[in-house]
Design a protein around this ligand. Structure first.
Ligand SMILES: [Zn+2]
Ligand SMILES: [Zn+2]
Ligand SMILES: [Zn+2]
Ligand SMILES: [Zn+2]
Length: 211
């Protein structure tokens, strides 16, 4: 059994330290999924987490290959406890163990920063954008000129109170304008909302960093 999981079981059992004990027991049994479950309960309980907990959680996440998450909790642990940390040596070992998997994630284009594999966005088929019929011109490519209300003419009263007609300068008297949204292409192109314009969506599958 790994030495670092044995120590520091506090005799006074609040609910949190009880959960921590259970988590550590699962770690000893190498049941890291179950350990993860108890750690999550501690976090969700909202009470201040035991100071040694982030190390054990980081270790569990490492075993579950959630390297990015593991690294976050390990950093937190070292930040909170510094060199006086009870598991300082083990934490430094884990830090070194994390280096290469974190590097692999960073250099891999098949997965996101957490190491989860991407799949092609099904909404845009990986195109990153969605084309649809232009909503401004309803797919006609032109819109009525709002300046002359589509007549091509502007009216003005002269000093004799007689209405005079002028050609609308906004549309050169045509009464219509090329749609400013689609520039007459009839199609409106927007970034895909499902993948935020990236063309890919992370799955919950851990990446092996090879095609
Ligand atoms: Zn998409
Ligand atoms: Zn006009
Ligand atoms: Zn349009
Ligand atoms: Zn990868």
């Amino acid at each position: 059994m790994p030495a670092e999981t044995q120590a520091q079981v506090k005799p006074h059992l609040g609910n949190t330290s009880h959960l921590l004990q259970q988590a550590k027991a699962q770690m000893q049994a190498e049941e890291f999924e179950k350990a993860n479950y108890y750690f999550r309960q501690i976090i969700e309980s909202g009470v201040p987490i035991p100071t040694e907990m982030p190390y054990f959680f980081a270790k569990t996440l490492f075993e579950l290959k959630q390297y990015d998450n593991s690294s976050k909790f390990l950093k937190k642990y070292l930040e909170i406890n510094g060199e006086g940390a009870q598991q300082y040596k083990m934490a430094k070992t884990l830090e070194a163990q994390l280096e290469s998997p974190l590097e692999a994630i960073k250099n891999c284009s098949l997965c996101n920063e957490h190491g989860y594999q991407y799949q092609t966005c099904s909404n845009c088929k990986g195109e990153k954008k969605i084309e649809s019929s232009c909503s401004l011109c309803k797919g006609k490519g032109i819109i009525g000129c709002s300046h002359c209300v589509g007549t091509g003419l502007i009216t003005k009263k002269n000093i004799f109170n007689i209405t005079e007609y002028f050609e609308c300068r906004n549309c050169n008297g045509k009464g219509r304008l090329i749609c400013p949204e689609c520039k007459g292409s009839l199609v409106e192109t927007r970034p895909c909302q499902s993948c935020l314009g990236t063309g890919k969506i992370p799955t919950d599958i851990l990446c092996k960093h090879q095609p």
